[in-house]
Design a protein around this ligand. Structure first.
Ligand code: NAD
Length: 556
């Protein structure tokens, strides 16, 4: 397959190449009004299109005008989904050229709304829906997918969509959106991407009562039925698409950790909610330390939340401290978790397995505000999906304890954010080193304008995925996320830091991803787990492999 997704050289079209209306209705090949006169003549398109031939840039201007005319973000989402369905190249051109405007629509925060409304805004299917009724035939379903070069699958069971809970089959919006970011952010070819929704039912009663709900109308399967579906699916992925990377997405706690442990050493797989989040948050902390001047080992990090994101970030921070020479038990004591019952401490008997390694000896503490005053953290990281949890009191306390408090309000969507950017700066006298899960506009204050940036996983996972694909790694390891975090932090400039930005600008994402992919692939080669031959110049090789959303020439 070449970079245009064609199996042939331009100009040498196979007899099976679609013509006429079938070509206009194939989103992977369609160029719409940009088909040249020669292509229109040869491919039976004359008369099916208005006579004027557009450049791709002119088409971008048109779709942008229509996009901006929409009255709400949900309308913009529907508008982009329709473009994706009719002209994939133009869709990706738009996302690549206008990432600041498009990414919050195709992914967080708007994708959350789109998932909630999935059955109501549904137009055309995208991705594969595999349900518990399909057990025994999962490989057959994967073979129904029209593309044979699938290199990465994003799969969810819809049980914990963003901070919105169980959305059942409505969760398909997440793999679809995430894979669009693999393509836009790191140049993974669209035909290499496969979104999958495992429909095991839903416990969301309101959804099941909705006559327009499109998933199975039954409670969630558990136990053997659930496990056997996931197991059959994971094995089938490797049978049908050998070596394909499987990214687990938005599974609830009780499945996310154990599925990751079960499959990470068997197939190239990772969980972005745990590992991708960890890398992006660690990168933000490393950037913040360039401002404060401290080392990671000197930090006390307090998490509001004790789930996938919190323990994932804590584990990677510990790995980084250990790599810098700190004993693991000491490193773990630098990280503290608060869950819905208060501080996670050793004497508690109600703790799930994944929290126990951070259950330190300490008297019980009832909530975050009390924990801040007692532990005097240098950083607070909000990942509990409890909107407003960073109260003015918490923020003021952080500013009293620290000259430059690190405050990451990572919960999504925006309504779940622990505080707004304006609040973070307001209650810390403009001293907070702030990052967020959902986007916030720059905040103008008397001293200066702060430009907060999103601790967005999309800085990490596209590059990790591309690195895994390019090297054909047999495993996706923690070391890969550690190098991804360091690489991301290294892409932040002094000018970024000076305006309060702990991440690079989104328009730099493809360059950032190329460097992350290179670092990740290097680990695969160094550890002897790569399946592809090592190129002499890895960065150049990665860049050359990246899909560019430009039209192929079908007829010279
Ligand atoms: P999760 O369900 O695994 O964890 C949520 C945790 O919050 C649980 O441990 C729960 O005990 C705790 N919690 C619930 N109520 C609480 C309360 N009142 N006080 C303190 N803790 C409470 O979910 P997750 O995957 O860890 O994600 C959590 C949030 O972080 C979501 O909003 C998600 O969108 C967001 N997130 C953001 C990013 C990012 O911005 N890069 C990445 C991943 C997750």
């Amino acid at each position: 397959m070449n970079k245009d997704g064609l199996d042939v050289a331009p100009g040498l079209l196979p007899a099976s190449f679609p013509r006429g209306m079938a070509l206009l209705q194939d989103p992977t090949l369609n160029k719409g009004t940009a088909f040249t006169q020669a292509e229109r003549d040869v491919l039976g398109l004359t008369g099916l299109l208005p006579p004027h031939v557009n450049t791709q840039d002119a088409q971008v201007a048109r779709v942008l005008e229509n996009f901006r005319r929409k009255a709400s973000d949900l309308e913009r989402y529907i508008n982009l989904a329709a473009l994706h369905d009719r002209n994939e190249t133009l869709f990706f051109r738009l996302v690549v050229d206008y990432p600041d405007e498009m990414m919050p629509i195709i992914y967080t925060p708007t994708v959350g709304l789109a998932c909630q409304q999935f059955g109501h805004i549904f137009q055309r299917p995208r991705g594969l829906f595999i349900s518990t009724r399909d057990r025994g035939n999962v490989a057959g379903i994967l073979r129904n997918w029209p593309h044979r070069h699938v290199a990465i699958i994003v799969v969810t069971d819809g049980e914990r969509i963003l901070g919105l809970g169980d959305l059942g089959a409505n969760g398909m919006g997440i793999p679809v959106g995430k894979l669009a970011l693999y393509t836009a952010g790191a140049g993974v070819h669209p035909t290499q991407c496969l979104p999958v929704l495992l429909d095991v039912g839903t416990n969301n009663e309101a959804l099941r009562r909705d006559p327009l709900y499109l998933g199975l109308d039954e409670p969630r399967a558990t136990g053997h039925v659930y496990d056997s579906l996931v197991d059959e699916f994971v094995h089938a992925t490797q049978e049908v698409f050998p070596g394909v990377v499987v990214q687990f997405e938005d599974f609830a706690n009780h499945n996310a950790f154990r599925l990751l442990e079960r499959y990470r050493d068997r197939v190239p797989s990772f969980n972005d909610d745990i590992q991708g989040t960890a890398a992006v948050a660690l990168a933000g902390i490393l950037s913040a330390l360039r401002v404060t001047g401290g080392t990671l080992a000197q930090q006390t990090i307090l998490f509001q939340g004790a789930g996938e994101a919190a323990t994932g970030i804590a584990d990677l921070a510990v790995a980084a401290m250990v790599a810098a020479g700190m004993p693991e038990t000491d490193a773990r004591r630098r990280c503290w978790l608060v869950d819905s019952k208060g501080l996670v401490v050793a004497e508690r008997t109600d703790l799930a397995e994944h929290k126990r390694r951070y259950a330190h000896a300490h008297a019980p503490v009832r909530d975050l505000a009390a924990a801040v005053n007692l532990l005097r953290p240098t950083a607070i990281i909000g990942v509990a999906a409890v909107g407003g949890a960073f109260t003015p009191d918490v923020l003021r306390a952080m500013a009293t304890i620290n000259e430059r408090p690190i405050v990451f309000a990572l919960s999504n969507p925006t309504s779940k954010s622990e505080c707004t950017a304006a609040d973070a700066y307001e209650h810390t006298g403009g001293r907070a080193l702030f990052a967020s899960g959902s986007p916030f506009a720059p905040v103008a204050r008397a001293d200066r304008t702060h430009v907060p940036r999103q601790g967005n996983n999309s800085y990490i996972f596209p590059g990790v995925g591309m690195g895994a694909i390019v090297s054909r790694t047999r495993r996706v390891t923690d070391e890969m996320f550690l190098v991804a975090a360091r690489t991301l932090a290294a892409q932040v400039t002094e000018a970024d830091l000076a305006q309060g930005s702990l991440y690079p600008p989104l328009p730099a994402i493809r360059d950032v991803s190329a460097h992350i992919a290179t670092a990740v692939a290097s680990v695969a080669y160094r550890r002897g787990i790569a399946g592809a031959p090592e190129p002499a110049d890895l960065l150049a090789h990665v860049k050359a492999a990246m899909y560019e959303p430009r039209y192929a020439t079908y007829v010279a």
